[in-house]
Design a protein around this ligand. Structure first.
Ligand SMILES: *Cc1c(COP(=O)(O)O)cnc(C)c1O
Length: 465
């Protein structure tokens, strides 16, 4: 019977004597210390009941566990990582890194007061979205604009404001799931609009839209096939034709672009996605896109288009629940102003720096990294290899771009074990890709200004192992 060993466990008050407890008291809240002691003792009790005296530890051992756990729980769990996956907009890794100037703007308004909802000229109350509206009008050429928390929220509020209790016509080829349970049919239900699906998965013609228009139709909607392609025998209706059909029946056309390209990506050898400017110029009434995909800003959902509809969206009570906070607004404004400068901006956005970086430079970065690491790997187990990087984040699925990486094979660890060590022991953690049973570090997604720090992190890790 193991119960008898339980009596040998220290009591809480025994922890509270001596110098090591006083040191804990200097750093941590008393209630947290006692909670952790109780937690550690409860675990010790369970272990003793299962394993007997062998599980019993000394007071000093238990003290060390308590101290370690208190330190652990006071460490921030969200931390910067190195993204060596080659996926530029990696949703799990926080999508777009933003401009340092945008982050500074967020920090400045966060740590002090700002004119968030105040017009400095008149001294009267104003609206928080006006600075973004002005920047978007200049940048996109739209009548009006507003912003919410992300593109998913934008989709919901747009459908709600324009089509609650009515039908919205969408092609069956565009009923997408973006990921994380964002599915167009379900978003439609949440918004209170009714989905009228038309056409087929591969073929939808203008007539399919037209014959489904009736008195309860509120809008025509196009959804960008962000993360997949329908290829082969296909037909879809160009935005231009949808806009003309909308005009004929006095119906607004909603264009959910998702990725929100502002520049022509074919200049980088990538597939050309419709830009937001093109969509507005073609006559879409309301266009929505993410702030943290190709725009390269903080998480947000931007809504641009005709004033009539933007006004209606802004007067929806849900707007209050979905509005942006001051930090995001400040960072987004700086990001938009940066786009407004175009080629005259002093530095590219961090995401632009990655996809614009010349291949020869990427290759030389991979070679420098491999040279720095070669003493930790026998010849043949470290190689500089050509790779494919991606824009990612549900944008341009055919957007593979040539890149370079360092391929690592370890004598003692499987590629999974090596990848786990990179994640858990490297400081900052390193996220790599596993390709054909080897770990590949793609250097395109390491910003050029962080390449040296990346190399140092890896050297430190392999030095210790
Ligand atoms: C990514 C995407 C969304 C969702 O955007 P979030 O900003 O992630 O909420 C919606 N629609 C399309 C077409 C997308 O590509």
């Amino acid at each position: 019977m193991n119960e008898k060993y339980l009596r040998q466990l220290p009591a809480v008050h025994q922890f509270q004597q001596g110098e090591s407890y006083q040191i804990l008291q200097q750093h941590f809240d008393e209630r947290q210390i006692v909670n952790v002691i109780r937690e550690v003792l409860a675990e010790a009790r369970r272990n003793i009941l299962q394993q007997g005296a062998s599980a019993l530890q000394t007071l000093a051992d238990y003290h060390a566990i308590v101290r370690e756990r208190l330190h652990q729980m006071h460490q921030p769990k969200i931390q910067p990582v190195f993204n060596a996956t080659g996926i530029i907009l990696h949703t799990n890794l926080g999508r777009a890194p933003i401009l340092p100037a945008a982050a500074h703007a967020a920090s400045a308004v966060a740590t002090g007061y700002s004119n968030l909802e105040l017009d400095l000229e008149s001294g009267k109350r104003s609206k928080r979205q006006l600075p973004l509206r002005s920047a978007l009008q200049h940048l996109i050429g739209c009548e009006s604009a507003t912003a919410v928390n992300n593109c998913a929220a934008a989709t919901i509020i747009v459908l709600r404001a324009i089509a609650t209790g009515k039908e919205v016509i969408v092609s069956r080829g565009q009923l997408v799931e973006i990921g994380g349970s964002f599915r167009i049919p379900e978003i439609m239900t949440v918004s209170g609009a009714t989905l009228r699906e038309v056409g087929t998965t591969n073929i939808t013609r203008l007539a399919d839209y037209e014959k489904n228009i009736h008195e309860n139709t509120a809008a025509l909607m196009r959804v960008h096939c962000s993360n997949y392609r329908i290829q082969g025998f296909t037909e879809s209706v160009p935005l231009q034709a949808l806009v003309e059909l909308g005009k004929k029946y006095h119906l607004p056309v909603i264009d959910d672009l998702g990725s929100g390209a502002l520049e022509d990506f074919s200049q980088y050898g990538l597939q050309a996605d419709p830009t937001v400017q093109e969509s507005i110029a073609t006559g879409a009434d309301v266009v929505l896109f993410s702030g943290d995909k190709l725009l390269g800003g903080p998480q947000a959902g931007l809504i641009v288009g005709k004033k009539q509809w933007i006004d209606r969206i802004e007067s929806d009570p849900l707007m209050r629940a979905l509005r942006l906070d001051k930090m995001t607004l400040a960072a987004m404004e700086v990001t938009l102003l940066h786009h407004l400068q175009g080629g005259k901006a002093s530095e590219p956005l961090p995401t632009q720096e990655m996809y614009r970086r010349p291949l020869a430079q990427v290759e030389s970065q991979a070679r420098t990294l491999a040279t720095a690491l070669q003493s930790y790997f026998p010849p043949g187990q470290i190689q500089v290899v050509p790779t494919e990087a991606y824009l990612g984040g549900g944008t341009l699925p055919d957007s593979a771009m040539p890149s370079w990486g360092v391929r690592l094979v370890h004598s003692d660890w499987s590629s999974e074990e090596l990848a786990k060590k990179l994640r858990t022991l490297a400081r900052p953690p390193v996220l790599a890709r596993i390709v054909h049973d080897a770990v590949v570090l793609d250097v395109r997604t390491i910003p050029t200004r962080q390449q040296d720090a990346f190399t140092e992190t890896l050297k430190e890790l392999f030095e210790q192992q």
